[in-house]
Design a protein around this ligand. Structure first.
Ligand code: NAD
Length: 366
C-alpha cells in the first residue's frame, strides 16, 4: 500500500523516526535528489492519524522538488513532519532526537522551519546535525526570509504584467492584497514605492490600519476583497482562495501573490484561463524564501540573495513561454519546467552536493 503510493508520487525514500523517551514520532520524506540534496522544512502538527501525517509529508515533499527545480536551485525536494501539538509537545529532547535522525541521513535531507517550528526549535536540531538551514544568524543562518519573498514576488509580478499588458510598470496598475503579514506588508510597501493603487484586507485590524496610514492603501472587508475593481489579485494569506465561489466575482486580470496553493484545484486553474485571467504560478512567485535558505549551503550573503530573487522574473517568463509553446495553462507549464530541468540535469549525472557548501565533503552521493 505504501509502496504503491510511493510509486505514484515517485519518492526515493521515506523514513519513520521514533524515539519513545523523547516522545518523537516523525516522518522524513525524500522525494527527489537528482538536482541535489533534498531541502524542505519540518512541520509540527497534531495530525489526527498517522495516515494523515504520511499523506501530508508525501504531498509537501513532492511540492518541494518542483519548487526547488523551478527556482533554478541545485537542490532536491524533501520535507519532514513531527506528529504533535506545537503548543504543548515541544521539548529539547524531542528536537535533538529528530536532529539525530536528520544526521543519520548523511546530508541527503536538509531541514528548515515550517508551520509550528521556530528558530529556537532549530537550535536544538542544530546541536545534533549540521544539515539544518534557517538557524540563527550567528551560525550563518539567513534570518527572516519574508522580505526576500516579498521582493521575489515583485519580480514575478513584473514578468506577469509584462506578459499580460506588455509593460512592467507596477505603479500603473491597481492591486487587491489579501493578508498583511510578514510578506504581505512588505509587498504593499514595494507596491507603494512604485506608486500603485492598493486595496488591502486582513483579519488583524491593526495591520490594516498600518497599511492605510503608512502606505495609503484603501481598506476593504475580508470578503469584499474578491469584488474590488483592481487589475491584480495578490493572495498573501491563505491557500485555496481562488475557488468556485470567488472566481465568478473576479474583475482581476492577473493573479499573483505569495500564498501557497492559491488554486483550490486544477479545474479552477483551467477556468481561470477561460476567463482570460493570467495566473502566476504560486510556487514560482514565492520561491524567495527557499532561495534564501538554500544560499546558506554556500555561505549566506545578502547581495547574492537579492540577485537571486531577480531570477524569479526569468523563471516566470520561461513558464509563460512553455505555456505558449505547449498550449497549456500556466500552472501546468510550471510543473513542466520543473520536470524538464530535472530530466536534463539528471542526465548530466552530477555528484550530489558537489562544490562549495557549508557541509563540504560531508554530503554523500546518492
Ligand atoms: P503571516 O502569518 O505573517 O501572514 C499572514 C497574514 O494573513 C496574517 O496577517 C493574517 O492575519 C492574515 N490572514 C489570515 N487569514 C486571512 C483571511 N481570511 N483574510 C485576510 N487575511 C488573513 O504569513 P507570511 O509569512 O506573510 O506568509 C503569507 C503567505 O505566503 C502564506 O501562505 C505562506 O505560506 C506564503 N509564503 C511565505 C513565505 C515567507 O517567506 N514568509 C515564503 C513562501 C510562501
Amino acid at each position: 500500500m505504501i509502496f504503491e503510493t510511493l510509486d505514484i508520487y515517485g519518492h526515493e525514500q521515506v523514513v519513520f523516526c521514533h524515539n519513545k523517551d523523547a516522545g518523537l514520532k516523525a516522518i522524513i520524506a525524500i522525494h527527489n535528489t537528482v538536482l541535489g540534496p533534498a531541502l524542505g522544512g519540518t512541520r509540527m502538527w497534531p495530525y489526527k492519524s498517522e495516515a494523515e501525517a504520511l499523506n501530508d509529508v508525501l504531498r509537501l515533499s513532492r511540492g518541494m522538488t518542483y519548487k526547488n527545480a523551478v527556482a533554478g536551485l541545485n537542490i532536491g525536494g524533501g520535507k519532514a513532519v513531527i506528529i504533535g501539538n506545537p503548543a504543548t509537545d515541544k521539548s529539547e529532547a524531542l528536537f535533538r532526537a529528530f536532529g539525530q535522525f536528520v544526521e543519520s541521513l548523511g546530508g541527503r535531507y536538509i531541514t528548515a522551519e515550517d508551520v509550528g517550528i521556530d528558530v529556537n526549535d532549530m537550535e536544538y536540531v542544530y546541536r545534533e546535525t549540521e544539515y539544518v538551514t534557517g538557524v540563527h544568524q550567528v551560525h550563518g543562518g539567513s534570518g527572516d526570509p519574508s522580505p526576500f519573498t516579498a521582493y521575489g514576488s515583485l519580480q514575478g509580478l513584473m514578468a506577469t504584467l509584462n506578459r499580460k499588458f506588455g509593460d512592467e510598470d507596477v505603479g500603473k496598475y491597481s492591486y487587491a492584497v489579501q493578508g498583511l503579514g510578514h510578506v504581505g506588508m512588505e509587498y504593499v510597501k514595494l507596491l507603494k514605492e512604485r506608486g500603485a493603487k492598493i486595496f488591502v484586507t486582513d483579519i488583524n485590524q491593526a495591520l490594516v490600519d498600518r497599511a492605510v496610514t503608512e502606505y495609503g492603501a484603501e481598506a476593504v472587508g475580508l470578503d469584499e476583497i474578491y469584488d474590488v475593481p483592481a487589475d491584480v489579485y495578490s493572495p498573501c494569506a491563505l491557500g485555496g482562495t481562488v475557488n468556485e465561489q470567488t472566481l465568478p466575482r473576479f474583475k482581476f486580470k492577473v493573479i499573483c501573490g505569495s500564498a501557497n496553493n492559491q488554486l483550490a484545484n486544477n479545474e479552477i486553474g483551467d477556468e481561470v484561463v477561460k476567463r482570460g485571467i493570467l495566473y502566476a504560478p504560486d510556487y514560482a512567485v514565492n520561491a524567495g524564501g527557499v532561495m534564501n535558505v538554500a544560499l546558506e549551503l554556500d555561505g549566506y550573503n545578502r547581495e547574492r540573495a537579492m540577485r537571486m530573487m531577480r531570477t524569479i522574473y526569468h523563471n516566470l517568463s520561461r513558464i509563460y513561454e512553455i505555456s505558449d509553446r505547449d498550449g497549456i495553462p500556466t500552472y501546468r507549464a510550471a510543473d513542466r519546467l520543473a520536470e524538464e530541468r530535472i530530466e536534463k540535469i539528471g542526465k548530466l549525472k552530477l555528484p550530489l552536493g558537489r562544490g562549495r557548501t557549508r557541509f563540504q565533503g560531508r554530503i554523500r552521493g546518492n
